[in-house]
Design a protein around this ligand. Structure first.
Ligand code: APR
Length: 254
């Protein structure tokens, strides 16, 4: 038995409907920076660069958005042992599914069934028209951008397009929000992985589960904004800790 995981095993022992809530910290092991950690993106980029209003109002800003998005070195990222451990936990039947704040698609790439995954902040592999809602794969728009269209417009209505991720000032996708809360209602515990729990309304989901007295286990390097609510906090690298915790949960069935 892995003594480090024992407290988390005790906390999750009786749970068989765990909601797994993930943030940017589960993907740093795949080379994608988080936002608020020591080398976080918000230490280098102004969050206002992800404001919906600027994208809609300023064509020069839109061109820079497309350049940043389509030239992102993270487009080739692959899942790490943390993502695969989450898939294993869901496949084992101990976890209901995953609500992720990440838009990198790595839970799907790790084999998680789409119907068991809620991408509450959207999906960077798609683009969306802000006028008619049409969606296209990012690869199609990237080809147009590479061919010289610096601000690709919607092919259906000519409207402005944006990566299909939630910008600051934008509401969460309605269908994803409904699915996430339905999963939270059915959960009997929540496992938080790699999130500072500092952004709402997404963070309300694990906090609702913990607030009604169900166990909340946090696997996170460093503190979160709500550690006092955590039953257990395993402080360290999710790519290392999560496979060990899931091995113990799945093999012992405790
Ligand atoms: N293992 C465990 N924890 C890690 C690891 C790792 N390998 N790498 C980083 N962390 C921790 C960081 O220390 C930090 O506490 O993960 C947490 C990530 O927190 P944030 O950077 O705030 O990311 P997240 O919680 O997902 O942010 C939520 O904020 O800016 C918005 O839309 C953005 O979805 C994002 C939302």
């Amino acid at each position: 038995m892995d003594a480090l995981c024992d407290p988390a095993l005790d906390a999750l022992g009786g749970a068989d409907a765990i909601l797994v809530f993930t943030g940017a910290g589960i993907s740093t092991g795949s080379g994608i920076p988080d936002f608020r950690g020591p080398n976080g993106l918000w230490k280098r980029i102004d969050p206002d660069d992800f404001a919906l209003e600027r994208h809609l109002d300023d064509p020069a800003f839109r061109r820079s958005t497309w350049h940043r998005h389509l030239r992102s070195p993270f487009l080739g990222a692959v899942p790490n042992p943390g993502h695969h451990a989450v898939t294993r936990l869901v496949t084992s039947g101990r976890a209901l599914g995953v609500v992720t704040q990440n838009v990198d698609g790595l839970h799907r790439a790790a084999g998680l069934e789409p119907e068991l995954l809620v991408e509450i902040h959207g999906d960077a592999s798609r683009v969306a028209c802000v006028s008619c809602g049409a969606r296209e794969p990012i690869d199609d728009v990237a080809a147009r951008w590479e061919a010289g269209e610096e601000d690709p417009a919607c092919l259906r209505c000519g409207g402005i397009m944006k990566p299909d991720v939630v910008f600051f000032g934008e509401a969460l996708p309605r269908e994803a929000t409904i699915r996430a809360w339905a999963m939270a209602d059915r959960a009997d515990a929540v496992l938080v992985v790699g999130s500072s729990l500092s952004v709402y309304p997404a963070a309300s989901i694990p906090l609702e589960i913990a607030g009604r007295g169900d166990p909340m286990v946090v696997v996170n390097r460093g503190p979160t904004d709500h550690d006092p609510l955590a039953t257990v906090h395993l402080d360290g690298d999710a790519s290392d800790l999560l496979p060990r915790l899931v091995d113990a949960l799945v093999t012992t069935g405790s």
